[in-house]
Design a protein around this ligand. Sequence first.
Ligand SMILES: Nc1nc2c(ncn2[C@@H]2O[C@H](COP(=O)(O)OP(=O)(O)OP(=O)(O)O)[C@@H](O)[C@H]2O)c(=O)[nH]1
Ligand SMILES: [Mg+2]
Length: 327
Amino acid sequence: MGFFKNLFRSKAQKEKDKKMALGVKNTKAYSFDELKKLIESKRKIDDSFYSELEEILILADMGMDFTLEYTDKLKKAAKKAKVSTVDELKEVMMDIFDEMYVGKDNTQLTFNENGLTVFLFVGVNGSGKTTSIAKIAYKLKNEGKSVVLAAGDTFRAGATEQLKVWGERIGIDVVSKAEGADPSSVIFDGIKVAKEKKADVLLCDTAGRLQNKVNLMKELEKIYRIIGREVPGAPHESLLVIDATTGQNGLNQAKVFSEVAKISGIVLTKLDGSSKGGVTLSINHSLNIPIKLYGFGEKMEDIDTFDVESYLFNLFNGILFEEKDNG
Ligand SMILES: Nc1nc2c(ncn2[C@@H]2O[C@H](COP(=O)(O)OP(=O)(O)OP(=O)(O)O)[C@@H](O)[C@H]2O)c(=O)[nH]1
Ligand SMILES: [Mg+2]
C-alpha cells in the first residue's frame, strides 16, 4: 500500500501542494470530473468500467501508451488483490501511479562547481521560454546567485525588449544585440559579460523556430559549439520549454527537439491553464527526460520544482482518496 501509507502532509509538502494546487485545478475540474463520477457511481468493475476509465485518461491527455500500460497493470493488480468494489480499486489505482512514478523523478538542476554555469532554453514559439527564464532568474537571484541573461532570440521582433523588461524588473543584466544578429554571437557576448562580472549563472534565450528543422539544427549546433568552447562542460542544462495546454502536441515537440538537441530537462509551463495536465505523466512515461520545473501562472514567482508525488496527490485528492488533516 504505497501511496496510502500516509495521507497526512508534512509542512514542507503543504508548501509544495499550495503551488501544485494551482497547477492541477483545471485538469481536475474539467478532465477529472468524469473520473469522480465514475468512482462515485460505485459500479461493477467490468470491461465497460475499464474502457470508461481509459477514455477519461486519454481525454485528460495522458496519452495512449501510458493509458494502456496503466490500465493493464491495474487490471492485473486488481485481479491479484481480488478487488470487487470501486472503493477497493481506488487504492490499487493510486498504488499503480505510485509504482510507476514516485521516487523516479529527478528535478535537480546541474550547476558548474568551478565557474560559470550556463543554461540554454529551447522550445517552440509561445511555449513560455522567455517568461520561464525570467522566473528562474528571479528564483536563482533569491537563492543568492548572481545571474546574467543573454537575449539569444534575435529572430522575433520585440523578443529582446521583452527580456530586457524582465531584466529591469528583477534587477539583473541582459546582454543583447540588434534584431537579426547571429544568436550564437549574442550568447558569446553573454558568456564574456558573465565572466567579467564573475556571475554564477548565464541563462540563454533562443528563438522558437520549429518549422525548419534543418536550420534549427544548424543554429543549435553552432550555439552548443560556442558555449562548449567558451565554458568547458557547458551548457550544464538544456531545458526544453513545453506548454502544457498543447497536450500530446507538446509531447511531439519534445520528440523533435530531443532529436536535434541534447535536452537535459523539461520546463512545463501553463499547467495552471491546462485542462489536459495529464500530459505530465505522458511526458514522464514516453521520454527519458525529467520534468524539472513547472510554471503555474504569469508572475515571476509562479514556478516551482516539479514533484511528481505532489502532482499525483493534488490531482487525485478528493477523487481517489481524502487527505487526512493534522491541523
Ligand atoms: N498562465 C500562464 N501563462 C504563462 C506561463 N508561462 C508563460 N505564460 C504566458 O505565455 C505567453 C508566452 O510566453 P513567452 O515567455 O513569451 O513565450 P516564448 O516561448 O518566449 O515565445 P517566443 O519568444 O515567441 O518564442 C506569455 O503571455 C506568458 O505570460 C505559465 O506558467 N502560466
Ligand atoms: Mg521568447
